[in-house]
Design a protein around this ligand. Structure first.
Ligand SMILES: *Cc1c(COP(=O)(O)O)cnc(C)c1O
Length: 351
């Protein structure tokens, strides 16, 4: 993780900072240890979405600047400000809720994402104006940065430049930021003063390809183990709904992991597991707590063997592709029951 951040920073000019996005519990990896590793790798600050997430980082001992860039209801706004987090704004209505409280605010222009932010540069100007010194950043977010060659990306970039650069000229201390991981890797003109990288710091590829292509290494390995191995005769089946029925004698290994851990049911009969260096297919329906793997008659798989679901040649990108989603959703989907262990340079690291 630390190496991925360093690698991304090598794409940046000397005046561009990297903000590590650790929302959604660090894309399922664990927000606090990821924030710590990203800061060690040279990130200048970290970003989350909610005030609660910002508080958790503070409780975990993260002292770096935090941005909570989501839409905040009153409670989340209180929490964000209590945590000393910077926040986002785009409407005078929100400014009324903020009142005269002390805050560091990033004003958001919606240049085409169509979610948060105002589409009207004039209204964004009003918010900047009303905030005065409390406005510390100007920002936007891309809708299609991960679609190479897409022209909309350039249009959004132009709209952002046209709005933000005149402000920057008047107030050089304003932090301009727009790029997510894909934009960071794809277009230096989108870097401005800061980039907000999420997926790539985890060593996952924003374009859904092999992250090695960008010199990134997956931070996460997902492992279970073989709890039992049993013979399966022709006609015998495994799992709910009998979606696997043996047509020749084989052996099935049961791993104690399932969709209750975040290993999605759609991967039933549609994913592989690596045991003792060999890939074997998942056979049958993945249940909440277990799944079964067809290890054949000639393998030496036995109870206690380690079993890898992500890692050892299986990329989160491959898993995502099999079920028509993106790598983001695969790691974000890992549930609390999957025990996390953190490693740094091969040694156990702090939680
Ligand atoms: C999630 C998010 C990011 C990070 O995006 P990646 O594609 O994971 O790099 C950046 N900015 C905003 C506003 C986001 O919501």
């Amino acid at each position: 993780m630390q190496a991925n951040v360093a690698r991304l920073r090598a794409h940046l000019g000397p005046s561009t900072a990297l903000c590590a996005v650790v929302k959604a519990d660090g894309y399922g990896h664990g927000a606090v240890p990821c924030a710590r590793a990203a800061l060690a790798g040279g990130a200048a600050r970290v970003a989350v979405v909610t005030g609660t997430e910002a508080q958790r980082l503070r409780e975990g001992g993260i002292e770096a600047p935090i941005i909570a860039f989501g839409a905040l209801d009153d409670e989340e706004l209180d929490r964000a400000l209590d945590a000393g987090a910077e926040i986002a704004a785009w409407s005078t209505r929100f400014l009324r809720r903020l009142g005269d409280r002390d805050a560091r605010v990033h004003v958001k222009l919606d240049t085409g994402m169509g979610r948060l932010g105002t589409r009207d540069p004039r209204r964004a100007d009003e918010v900047v104006e009303a905030l005065g010194e409390r406005a510390v950043g100007l920002w936007t977010h891309f809708a299609t940065a991960d679609e190479r060659g897409d022209r909309f990306f350039g249009e959004q970039l132009e709209r952002f430049r046209a709005w933000a650069l005149p402000h920057k000229e008047r107030r050089p201390e304003l932090i301009l930021h727009a790029a997510n991981s894909a934009a960071t890797l794809r277009e230096p003109a989108s870097h401005f003063d800061m980039v907000r990288c999420g997926i790539a710091i985890y060593g996952l590829d924003p374009f859904g390809e092999d992250p090695a292509g960008h010199g990134l290494r997956p931070a996460l390995t997902l492992r279970s183990y073989v709890a039992t191995v049993k013979r399966c005769e022709p006609g015998q089946s495994a799992g709910y709904g009998r979606t696997f029925v043996a047509d020749e004698p084989t052996r099935l290994a049961t791993l104690p992991i399932g969709y209750g851990d975040g290993w999605r049911r759609a991967l039933s009969n549609n994913s592989d597991v690596v045991i003792r260096g060999r890939r074997y297919p998942v056979a049958g329906t993945i249940s909440m707590d277990n799944l079964t793997v067809d290890v054949g008659l000639d393998s030496d798989v036995e109870p206690g063997d380690e079993a890898t679901l992500i890692g050892d040649g299986i990329l989160a990108e491959e898993v995502a592709r099999r079920i028509g989603t993106i790598n983001y959703e695969i790691t974000c989907g890992l549930l609390p029951r999957t025990r996390r262990a953190y490693v740094r340079d091969g040694e156990p690291a702090r939680e």
